[in-house]
Design a protein around this ligand. Structure first.
Ligand code: ATP
Ligand code: MG
Length: 455
């Protein structure tokens, strides 16, 4: 009783206008229900007709307010997962830790979650660092708002009334371009260190400033990311790299000190002098593709991010007298193993990465029947894209991808002519690199700045 009273007084003092949410009408936020996906509207209206509360929540509302097209839609409701499941024929309950319902409608999947209580040491299991392990408690809408990470992510949009329910001044924060944590930032990072990465990603993607109170603790607390399971970190890295703002995200990660010694991948990306140009080119490429809604492949991106590590490891092995191809395969495994502990790159993606790398030395062989066999490889196109990126970064001459492009598109006679013109057997990588240092012979189209020279 006394504790309850104390808590009430304390929360009042810390956050005086917590209890009554602001109801913001359409004239003030300008989101019309027609801007939402048909599926999101339908899910809300079906739930509301049955007497439940139902709102579009989270990223979609935030993105619409900022003027970004939402990636997908989340719905929050007072209905239990079982109640939701019963209302939609094409739906299924997923998640063991906390049940949510996927409702399929046309090509869309809407994620529907039941209002959940906030995560704190009182109602959740934590590990020894305070990281919340289980948080499966249903709650009120107000509690649901409070357990969310940032004020701009705790906005509830009702498609029926076109009203936004705002418990934490999220609309004002969006107008002021501020990413503000709900509650005490250190506590919230301790509960879930991934929120640090989310802060950086959302700020970079949406052009928001991280509020100083949420920004300052990051440097100190970055080390907590070490306790986050590798699979979760990998998911978060994928979100970051495929946000369409990877370049900005990674620059900000570096500024916040979040990359150092934390994820081997980030160290590699941000601290290798050798392949810096290659890595940034590749990230710029990816950002452009994402923003144009073109397909992107994690395998391809990770292959580029780690390529210069592989080159270095390969070179070392060859210097020790190991043979070309087997040494490359050993180098590939070595680099991927270093990543594996921290970042659970899925097996399928590892397969894609290796395919792309393994093709690279084969592009040196432009004699006899070999080129015919190479262009028939299923991964030829990805391998060639990779090759061209290497040339754009100045690692190899643009003449090589150009040759392969012509070869792949030529008829039989022209192909034979191309083979006759090409060097009988291209020089091994090491020799070619040495030659490349001569003026006029390097990186023809890109000013010839190899990673090594840039270093
Ligand atoms: P995007 O989908 O653009 O990546 P998002 O904010 O929608 O951004 P989701 O992972 O889809 O991110 O999460 C949906 C909502 O769930 C968030 O808006 C936020 O309210 C809440 N949420 C997600 N992750 C966390 C977290 N680690 N801690 C607290 N709340 C979270
Ligand atoms: Mg989302």
């Amino acid at each position: 009783m006394i504790r309850k009273l104390l808590r009430r007084v304390f929360t009042r003092r810390a956050q005086p206008v917590r209890h009554e949410p602001a109801l913001i009408p359409a004239e003030r936020h300008h989101i019309r229900r027609e801007q939402l996906s048909p599926a999101a509207r339908k899910v809300c209206s079906v739930l509301q007709e049955k007497g439940h509360k139902a709102y579009v929540v989270g990223g979609a509302v935030r993105d619409l307010l900022i003027g970004h097209p939402p990636k997908d839609y989340d719905v929050a409701t007072s209905a239990t997962p079982e109640e939701v499941r019963a209302l939609f024929r094409r739906s299924r309950i997923i998640g063991r830790r906390f049940k949510i319902v996927h409702v399929m409608s046309g090509p869309e999947t809407i994620e529907v979650s039941t209002f959940r209580a906030s995560q704190d040491a009182n109602n959740a299991d934590t590990d020894e660092h305070g990281r919340v392990l289980r948080d499966n408690v249903y709650g009120s809408q107000e509690e649901d708002a409070t357990r969310r990470d940032f004020t701009v992510n705790a906005l509830y949009y009702d498609p029926t009334t076109e009203t936004i329910v705002d418990y934490h001044h999220g609309v004002a924060d969006i107008q002021q371009k501020t990413l503000r944590m709900i509650g005490e930032p250190r506590t919230r990072y301790r509960e879930d260190p991934v929120r640090m990465l989310r802060a950086v990603r959302l700020a970079a993607k949406l052009g928001l400033e991280i509020d100083p109170a949420a920004r300052h603790p990051i440097r100190d607390m970055a080390v907590l990311l070490e306790n986050v399971p590798a699979a979760r970190l990998f998911d978060e890295m994928l979100k970051l790299l495929f946000s369409g703002y990877a370049v900005r995200c990674l620059q900000q990660l570096r500024e916040e000190g979040l990359h150092h010694g934390l994820l081997p991948m980030l160290d590699v990306i941000l601290e290798q002098p050798m392949g810096e140009r290659f890595v940034w080119l590749s990230l710029e490429n990816t950002d452009e593709r994402v923003r144009q809604d073109k397909a992107v492949s994690p395998g391809f991106l990770f292959a580029t991010l780690l390529w210069h590590e592989v080159l270095a490891a390969w070179e070392k092995r060859k210097d020790r007298g190991e043979h070309g191809q087997p040494a490359l395969f050993e180098a590939m495994d070595e680099v991927l193993d270093t990543q594996a502990g921290k970042l659970a790159i899925t097996r399928r993606i590892v397969g894609d990465i290796k395919d792309i790398w393994a093709l690279q030395p084969r592009f040196d062989k432009r004699a006899g029947k070999t080129p015919y066999r190479l262009i028939e490889q299923p991964r030829f196109r990805a391998g060639w894209d990779f090759l061209r990126l290497r040339a754009q970064a100045g690692e190899i001459s643009m003449e090589i991808p150009d040759w392969w492009d012509r070869f792949a598109h030529a008829g039989h006679d022209e192909r034979e002519a191309l083979i006759r013109q090409s060097p009988a057997e291209a020089a091994p990588a090491k020799k070619r690199r040495r030659r490349k240092r001569k003026p006029n012979d390097a990186g023809v189209t890109q000013g010839g700045e190899t990673g090594a020279e840039a270093a």
